[in-house]
Design a protein around this ligand. Structure first.
Ligand code: C2E
Ligand code: MG
Ligand code: MG
Ligand code: MG
Length: 278
């Protein structure tokens, strides 16, 4: 095998960095165009109540399909959107779109819509006004909206997080996304303005019934938080979570994220079939 000299390695490293920087710039320019030209859409994934298998909410998830290209996954473009600040106008678009699309689902089936919010958005002084405007424009009641923030966003933006107070007073609920992957300071949790704990799918990588999972569910109960397990892929996981008292679940077992047009059939239960737990 060829032995890499130090010099070669530096050249390769530089080339790698340059390629990453080029990719970053390309994605940033692409995203700006995507927002302007309407290349972004939302898919929705149901959140299911484990007690009876009913869909209580749908999570809005951004999709980007550049014309003539391959779809680009959120894991590739969300970090670029955050680094460039583009997440602020994109996030505003997501909020408006999700509220508008969810209005009739809420009216007919009572489901809520959950929207991911980046730390950067929380730093905007008019964030709460944007949320209220999106609700008003859609005619959606505040109680039908859940905002998902990561633990680290809520902890790092503690001051900004205080802006969530008035929205919560309106009836908007706040969820901690990917719980257990961030700061995980349990003491802190009691002070965060949250209503729902979304347990990261990393906790389902091994057995579901672990001391850690029991501790999280117990903590949530002590703090009167709703619990939703993310990334549920098997019937056995759903059954174990239900037995442990977890309130809700989300994952491929119930449905992959689907385009808006496919949501009403899901809500009518046509597509859930055997995946129903209740
Ligand atoms: P998230 O908010 O934790 O969303 C859940 C992710 O897990 C989604 O990936 C979903 O497709 C995926 N997922 C759902 N069920 C399963 C399962 O059973 N197994 C596995 N392996 N994965 C499952 P997606 O759509 O690729 O989104 C990735 C992340 O991008 C989201 O994680 C969220 O952090 C971010 N994101 C997506 N849309 C938005 C948005 O509108 N705004 C912001 N700020 N972030 C967003
Ligand atoms: Mg989420
Ligand atoms: Mg999540
Ligand atoms: Mg997650």
């Amino acid at each position: 095998a060829a032995k890499l000299g130090g010099k070669d390695r530096i050249v390769r490293f530089d080339a790698g960095l340059r390629a990453a920087a080029d990719r970053h710039r390309e994605l940033a320019a692409g995203l700006r165009r995507a927002l302007r030209d309407g290349e972004l859409t939302l898919h929705y994934q149901p959140v299911v109540r484990l007690a009876d298998g009913r869909i209580t909410a749908v999570e809005a998830l951004l999709r980007w399909h550049p014309p003539g290209g391959e779809p680009i996954p959120p894991a590739a473009f969300i970090p670029v959107a955050e680094a460039t600040g583009l997440i602020v106008p994109i996030g505003r678009w997501v909020l408006r779109r999700a509220c508008a699309e969810a209005r009739e689902w809420h009216e007919r089936d009572g489901v809520a819509v959950t929207v991911n919010v980046a730390a950067h958005q929380l730093r905007e002084p008019d964030f709460a006004d944007d949320v209220r405007a999106a609700l008003a424009a859609a005619g959606l009641p505040p109680s039908a909206l859940v905002l998902e923030l990561t633990e680290s966003a809520l902890v790092r933006e503690a001051e900004a997080a205080a802006r969530l107070g008035p929205l919560r007073a309106d009836g908007v609920r706040i969820a901690i996304d990917d719980f257990g992957t961030g700061y995980s300071s349990l003491a802190y949790l009691a002070h965060l303005p949250v209503d729902v704990l979304k347990i990261d799918r990393a906790f389902l990588a091994t057995a579901v019934d672990t001391p850690l999972m029991r501790a999280i569910l117990q903590l949530a109960e002590g703090l009167s938080l709703q619990t939703v397990a993310e990334g549920v892929e098997t019937q056995a996981q759903a059954a174990a979570l239900r037995a442990l008292g977890c309130d809700g679940a989300q994952g491929y077992l119930f449905s992959r994220p689907v385009p808006a047009g496919a949501v009403p059939p899901l809500l009518r239960g046509l597509e859930l079939g055997a995946a129903r737990t209740g």
